[in-house]
Write a protein that binds this ligand. Structure first.
Ligand code: ADE
Length: 233
């Protein structure tokens, strides 16, 4: 998979894309990630990338020309499955979307900044608009990293144990069950007996019940979804 990120703040990506699992996935050649600085496509001596909104109002708007030029250059080099704009008024990102993205070959992630982006970019270039939650961040950079992280870990070969991704919270439609490791007793707190029993069927049942209990308590909406589409239960 190849991911091209277009941003006005490329330095935000330095550490996250060069650490831990994402770093390893890049080193293994499973994913290629390129960060493009919008200022390289800026206009004039000052490499201008934003301007005041027509009609007045606060905040600056990303100009269309640098974004068009950058995206057109990338599109002339290869085909893209999606051009995704990160924006708080986009479609809400979820595990299903991460699964879908993890199967794509080439994607562009366009990070909004300042007050927004000229609407013509959205109309003419963007194929998908994604929000990571109902709150407003200073730009689309952190959301892009969230999308990248959630997506990449689902590509086969990225995690050492694919099973650990398949049993995540949400992947099954339920929140995750509790986990324990050694010691069996710590400061008087004991690991549930069933997990030490070696009885795999009893352990599976216990985990399912705990997952259900937690989902019922915290995220009833997820249970309604399972019931609604009949896919998982
Ligand atoms: N840009 C600013 N806030 C955002 C959000 N919640 N999701 C995606 N992009 C954003």
């Amino acid at each position: 998979m190849r991911i091209d990120i277009i941003t006005a703040v490329p330095q935000i990506f330095e550490s996250p894309l060069n650490s831990s699992i994402i770093k390893r996935a890049r080193e293994k050649g499973i994913v290629e990630i390129y960060v493009h600085d919008l200022h390289d496509y800026g206009i004039g001596k000052y490499r201008q990338i934003d301007d005041h909104p027509y009609g007045g109002g606060a905040g600056m708007i990303l100009k269309p020309e640098p974004i068009f030029e950058c995206i057109e250059k990338l599109k002339s080099e290869r085909e893209y499955d999606e051009i995704i704009f990160l924006t708080p008024d986009g479609e809400l990102f979820n595990q299903e979307m991460a699964n879908e993205f993890s199967k794509l070959n080439n994607i562009i992630l366009l990070c909004g900044h300042y007050k927004g982006v000229d609407e013509r970019v959205r109309e003419a270039l963007v194929t998908r608009e994604v929000s990571i939650g109902d709150y407003v961040l200073t730009g689309g950079e952190l959301p892009a990293l969230v999308v990248i992280d959630a997506t990449i870990r689902l590509i086969p070969g990225v995690l050492n144990d694919i099973e650990s991704a398949m049993t995540d919270s949400f992947q099954s439609g339920l929140l995750d069950h509790p986990h324990y490791t050694r010691p069996a007793e710590y400061r008087g707190m004991k690991v549930p007996e069933v997990l030490l029993s070696g009885n795999h069927e009893a352990i599976r049942k216990w985990r399912y019940e705990k997952a259900l209990e937690k989902t019922l308590k915290r995220r009833k909406d997820l249970l309604n979804k399972i019931k609604g589409d009949g896919k998982n239960g």
